[in-house]
Design a binder for this molecule. Sequence first.
Ligand SMILES: Nc1nc2c(ncn2[C@@H]2O[C@H](COP(=O)(O)OP(=O)(O)OP(=O)(O)O)[C@@H](O)[C@H]2O)c(=O)[nH]1
Length: 437
Amino acid sequence: MAAHVQDQLLNCIDLLLDAVFLVDADGRVKYVNAACERIFGYTPDELIGCKLIDLVLPEERARTLEEAARIMAGQPRVGFVNRYRHKDGRPVHIMWSARWSEADQLRIGVARDVTAQQRSEAMQAATYAVSEAAHDAVDLDTLFPTIHAIIAQLVPVAGLVVATCNGEPEALHFPYGRDHRGQPLVVDEALAHRHCKDVIAARRGLLLPGAALAPTQGGADAGGFWLVVPLVDQTAPIGAVMLKAPADTQYSDKDRELLGFVSAQVATAIERSRLKAELLRAARYDELTGLPNRRLFHDRIDTALARSRRKHGRVALLYIDIDDFKAVNDRLGHDAGDLLLQEIARRLERCVRKADTVARLGSDEFVVILEDIHGPDDATAVADKIHHSLLQPTAIAGHALNTQASIGIALHPCDGDDADSLIRHADQRMYRRKARN
Ligand SMILES: Nc1nc2c(ncn2[C@@H]2O[C@H](COP(=O)(O)OP(=O)(O)OP(=O)(O)O)[C@@H](O)[C@H]2O)c(=O)[nH]1
């Protein structure tokens, strides 16, 4: 080829947007065009003679060497993607088209910078993953670790802390804090509270030195740095996420932009999960007393009976109706009646073990499920305890109220094998008591 044609060809190659490499069998760069400076930050003169593998991120070197060996064995390849360290420190995603020239004993590779494309794919994948997590998570406790894992796919994360508030940044709390191994990550909550409030008010992220949130005694180590990002759904503040970056990492402006975008999705996911949990709770718990409602009571009794059948155990059902409750409403008002019902609920809970169930069926009717009892005497003892507890005066609206209750008891298996027959028996016995009271 004439020398001037060769020069023109090299000029053309320098105009290419992709970097063209010639690399020898030892992996040393023999030639690279001008595009390498735009992609990797190094001029051709700086790269020629260097080992290309030294620029590859350490965690990707093994698979990159395997790929190079395959190409040198005669398998051309289009589409291998790996990551390099740019001269300014940031990672660059490269897609390769490469083959081996046996005659020249050189690897010919064309490197395309696909960082922006990878970032937008990562953003899409994260958006999809966050919305899927919000859909699948039964509650916030299961949502937070999933969000932690999704963010860790986007940027290096040594730990993550979530702060949430119900629209009121003064009332922030910290339901999640874990390091990259899933171990608890402790921060100074008073300091974290202050920084979270600031980022929520400013609606912008904040970088803090690693020591900024460390508690005085142990907890989060002081290396690296923190990025605190507000969580805002539509316009309502949901809280903030605090990302701990590993000691040798910098988040670029692009990373921060990406985290800002993902945090908006996270805020929506948290809000959606919270609403779902609230709906679920409202469907299963009584709003006034916080006790399980009729629906959850039926689930619990069915489960208790199934367990009892399996273990040949005994279950007692106590049906409790408050005597003359209407008079409290009539005399002191409905609000006073509500307070009394709440106090009755707390006292009933204190009369049983944690594993037992106290439920409100409605109005002034309650039930108690006692599991693993030895016989009727245990159930009678709990009923006596309840009578005694309710009789203790309750101060409401300036009055000391003594509450009397009628209690009917049914036992599994002697009074029936299913929930309906036990409820029927207990209810009838409660009415017979009431007639006597
Ligand atoms: N404050 C308040 N009252 C309620 C609530 N639900 C039902 N009630 C009232 O509870 C009262 C229950 O009345 P009754 O079923 O006649 O019961 P009682 O007055 O205890 O009569 P006996 O059961 O025969 O002793 C009614 O006045 C209802 O309006 C509630 O959530 N809050």
